[in-house]
Design a protein around this ligand. Structure first.
Ligand SMILES: Nc1nc2c(ncn2[C@@H]2O[C@H](COP(=O)(O)OP(=O)(O)OP(=O)(O)O)[C@@H](O)[C@H]2O)c(=O)[nH]1
Length: 913
């Protein structure tokens, strides 16, 4: 076959040796010598200190990306190389030595794993990023010819941090999925892949660790198709010296060239070889490279008509299609949410091989903020895209639905409607607080992604989750744990607000025109990409060393909760004990480290235990309590009636005319009724009643009663576990339960708590309560040989219920993500004939386009198993599977325990056997 002269894409930011590499684009005539890469943090800081620069910055040259992977696949190692090659750091940090930039919490450094999502900004190729670049780009040059600003969010890989992964994923415009070239696609890779799919995040794949013994690139590629249900567009194939020697580089199917790194160097120098040179030096590799190129063009042609045209223009010569045309085609596929093609690259980050081409791929293939999928918002119970919201459509729909649902209801006195489009025109900016970090030097940092408008210094931010406003006194642009001050953060960018006292991870912040304390309705309910926080399933006690420490510990715990809302703190009313609960053992261990080592809290933590629950098995009687006592020198009197029953799961089933609240909190439903209260709306945001104590509005009454009920529900009447699946109906009779100015908020809370506790005790004499335990969705990956013993162990010894035993199930068919939001049908399986994968060195027949692929004989077991039986399971699984089995799990729900199981668990908890 004749090789056409190729327009080669420059591999940016590298020093080339050997055949001298000459990019053919005028736009790349700049200094890429190694000295220019020795850019340090100080210089990086000076890039963007002024407001104007960030504002005029070309969003097209910005990438907000994340790295997703299985634990230990090499996220941190790859990130460190990215920072080094971009010139951000002078030396390569090492995970094993604990000297990385992104894992900057002491606990992370000590454990060598990533816990917090650190946001970090750098430029690729090295330069000034999107700033100071020509506005118009040469369309014949690849995007990587110009310096781009990359905001990288390092996501955690451990299953205990599912919520943290979801939280960081939702602000990404694109992601790099790193696979371990030895382990291939692992259970947790599937899990994070699935989570990224829920947000339609465009992705590229990077197969890492190809230097390790047992690395199997071809097998990994096939697993990508069978387990992730996408078509891998193989852009790189590994270069093993002489076919089966050590890993020395990659052969690039887009540019038809070899890229070779020298073992032991820092990876900045790369030797590039043309196809002709490869023909002479590595004939087997060049032959495989041609096949890879043919397969790539064929695959793209299946989904992209434009590449078909180019192919015909090149007289149907796959090798003659230009690299630029292939990159453009790959980009179209990556950005098309209906496409199943995912570009795939190869490397060994630890050996400093393959990272620069991956960075080029980030810039060339992943979307800029305006090209990213429209983020989901919800407003007044209506969901849709942000762009629809900003156009006014969504808010009109919301207002129509609101007026439909209020039809037939009496219009409240003094109420008036707001023009919905008017409300949206007042929206100045909206941002998502995606991470709260307590920084020892700078205080509490709230990382935000701005979605519309511009978040300005000193603007008043309304928190739509907490319903309060606070000013943003200082704004920062972050460089890992270094920062520069800015005056505003424009849409599409990631920055930090310093000085917020309340905002928590996951809160939506809006700024608006006008001087009112709250934005106009329905903007108060605007939520960006809302996510459900899964229930905590483990807990531990926190005991202050002295009474004087108590206050400081509670402040530290509050900060911990702002950082991580998947942690919960409760105080047991009777014992006074503080309990910290979370998603997993490691989750609580890390929280313990944070509290004791980082925040220097003087406290002891108890054993980490499973968080059981208690639930009513029938209805209690109605119990009324009148609280009358002086509280803090002030007289307090209030009454309340409570009734408990099992919760049906339908929050709306009991709503009547006199219902003033129904709220599902932590698996319990709180209903508050106030017959005869005569509610009046005085302003958009305030309701009152002639019966309410002076100065108290309806929202305050609701909150006081709700808090009282929640305090009582934290302790079940029979087993002292928190109540679950329980409905409390509180009734306030204005003439019997409210006593003018004597009725304070604390008196109302106390009355609600006493009435709820009494109703709970009433259950014990009546229908009784039952213990509940967390039931997990478990997905286990094992090889065929171990299948029988693992299945037997799960179903016989652990009381699990096997749901399916599948061969290479694409993850979309099974959901262990815990996100609770995946409902789409599984994608149809991939046609193996369309998957190209080069033969692995130990494999004799090369896997051809027309050959059926060999299966990896991996099996996936999907089961539901009580959490108690899964504690310490990894060790056991490893012993059953000769170290190869992996699993992921997430909470399915809490399930009532049988009398026999309840007895056994109780006796174990009490120390018996
Ligand atoms: N041989 C080899 N080892 C690698 C490579 N990349 C990473 N490693 C090693 O794999 C281990 C895990 O790497 P990390 O970079 O910490 O992985 P991670 O995905 O960030 O892990 P978490 O932060 O725990 O999710 C470390 O011991 C690395 O040195 C590689 O390309 N080759």
């Amino acid at each position: 076959m004749v090789v056409a002269p190729l327009l080669r894409l420059p591999l940016t930011g590298v020093r080339c040796v050997g055949r001298s590499y000459r990019p053919q684009f005028s736009a790349v005539k700049r200094d890429i010598c190694p000295q220019s890469l020795q850019l340090n943090i100080d210089r990086a800081k000076s890039f963007s200190t002024s407001l104007s620069k960030w504002q005029v910055q070309d969003l097209d040259r910005t990438r907000n990306i994340g790295i997703i992977a299985h634990i230990d696949a090499g996220k941190t190692t790859t990130t460190e190389r990215m920072l080094f090659y971009s010139g951000f750091t002078r030396r390569i940090g090492d995970v094993d030595e604990g000297s990385t930039v992104t894992d900057f919490l002491p606990a992370e450094r000590a454990r060598g794993i990533t816990i917090q999502s650190a946001a970090i900004t750098f430029h690729w190729p090295p330069g000034d990023g999107a700033e100071s670049q020509p506005a118009i780009q040469d369309s014949s040059a690849p995007r990587s010819a110009n310096s781009h600003t990359i905001n990288l969010i390092d996501t955690p890989g451990h299953a205990d941090f599912t919520f943290e992964v979801m939280r960081s994923l939702r602000i990404l415009d694109g992601a790099v999925c790193i696979l371990d070239g030895v382990a291939g696609v692992e259970a947790q890779t599937e899990q994070v892949w699935n989570q990224a799919s829920t947000y339609n995040i465009p992705r590229v794949i990077y197969v890492n660790k190809l230097d390790r013994d047992g690395a199997a690139f071809g097998r990994t590629v096939r697993e990508v198709s069978s387990r992730l249900a996408v078509y891998p567009a193989v852009c790189h194939i590994p270069w093993f010296e002489g076919g089966d020697g050590s890993f020395v580089g990659v052969a690039d199917a887009v540019n038809l060239q070899g890229l070779r790194w020298k073992e032991g160097e820092d990876g900045r120098s790369v030797k590039m070889s043309s196809l002709e040179q490869l023909d002479a030096e590595e004939p087997a590799l060049s032959e495989e490279l041609r096949r890879a190129r043919i397969a790539l063009v064929e695959l793209l042609s299946e989904e992209d008509d434009m590449i078909v045209e180019k192919f015909f223009e090149c007289d149907e010569d796959h090798l003659a299609v230009s690299p630029m045309d292939i990159v453009d085609s790959l980009r179209r596929c990556v950005l098309d949410p209906t496409s199943r093609i995912v570009p795939l690259f190869a490397g060994a980050s630890f050996k400093n091989m393959g990272v620069q081409p991956l960075l080029d791929a980030v810039v060339n293939l992943l979307p800029s903020p305006p090209e990213a999928p429209d983020p989901e918002v919800s407003i007044g119970g209506v969901k849709g895209g942000l762009r629809r919201l900003l156009s006014g459509d969504l808010i009109v729909k919301q207002s129509e639905e609101a007026s439909q649902s209020s039809k037939g209801k009496k219009k409240k006195k003094g109420s008036h409607s707001v023009d919905p489009k008017d409300a949206i025109s007042k929206l100045e900016s909206c941002a998502l607080a995606f991470k709260v970090v307590n920084d020892a030097k700078r205080g509490v940092l709230v990382y935000v992604r701005v979605y519309s408008g511009s978040l300005d210094r000193n603007s008043l931010l309304f928190n739509t989750n907490l319903h309060l406003s606070e000013r943003a006194p200082r704004l920062l642009k972050m460089y890992a744990n270094d920062a520069v001050e800015v005056d505003s953060i424009p849409a599409g960018h990631i920055g930090v607000v310093v000085g917020l006292k309340h905002a928590r991870t996951g809160d939506t912040l809006v700024s608006y025109a006008g001087n009112k304390p709250t934005p106009p309705e329905p903007l108060t309910s605007l939520q960006l990409r809302p996510i459900d926080v899964p229930p905590p399933v483990f807990f531990t006690s926190v005991e202050p060393h002295s009474l004087s420490e108590e206050k400081r510990i509670h402040e530290s715990l509050q900060l911990l909760l702002r950082e991580d809302p998947s942690l919960h703190v409760t105080v047991d009313e009777e014992s006074g004990q503080t309990l910290l609960s979370g998603m997993g053992e490691l989750h609580l261990e890390i929280a313990r480290d944070r509290l004791i080592n980082d925040m220097k809290a003087k406290a002891s933590m108890g054993r980490i235990e499973i968080g059981y629950r208690e639930s009513s098995t029938g209805a209690s009687g109605s119990v009324t309590k009148i609280f009358e006592k002086d509280v803090a020198g002030r007289r307090g009197k209030a009454g309340c009636t409570a009734m408990i029953e099992p919760f049906s799961g339908e929050t709306s089933s009991d709503v009547t005319e006199d219902t003033i609240l129904t709220r599902l909190i932590d698996g319990n439903n709180i209903v508050i009724r106030a017959p005869g209260l005569q509610v009046e709306r005085v302003r958009d945001d305030e309701e009152t009643s002639p019966f309410l104590p002076p100065g108290m509005d309806l929202e305050t009454l609701r909150t006081a009663l709700q808090n009282g009920a929640l305090a009582a529900l934290a302790r079940g009447p029979q087993f002292t576990f928190p109540m679950h699946n329980t409905q409390v109906t509180l009734t306030i009779n204005p003439t019997e339960h409210l006593f003018g100015s004597d009725t304070t908020t604390s008196a109302l809370s106390a009355a609600a708590r006493q009435a709820t506790s009494a109703a709970l005790r009433d259950l014990v004499a009546g229908p009784g309560t039952v213990m509940m335990e967390p039931l997990m969705n478990v997905i286990i990956s094992v090889d065929e040989a171990s299948l029988g013993s693992v299945v037997h162990d799960i179903s016989s010894s652990r009381g699990g219920h096997i749901l399916s035993l599948d061969e290479d199930v694409p993850v979309s068919a099974t959901d262990a993500s815990g996100s609770g939001s995946i409902s789409e049908d599984p994608l149809p399986p991939i046609d193996p004939k369309r998957v190209y994968a080069p033969a692995d060195p130990f494999e004799s027949p090369s896997v051809d386009l027309d050959m059926p692929m060999s299966t990896s004989h991996q099996r996936t077991i999907t089961a539901k198993v009580p959490l108690k039986e899964m504690v310490g399971y990894l060790k056991h699984l490893r012993s059953l599977t000769a170290g190869r089995g992996t699993f992921v799990m997430s909470v399915d729900r809490f399930e009532n325990m049988s009398a026999q199981r309840q007895k056994a668990v109780l006796s174990e908890l009490r120390g018996g056997f």
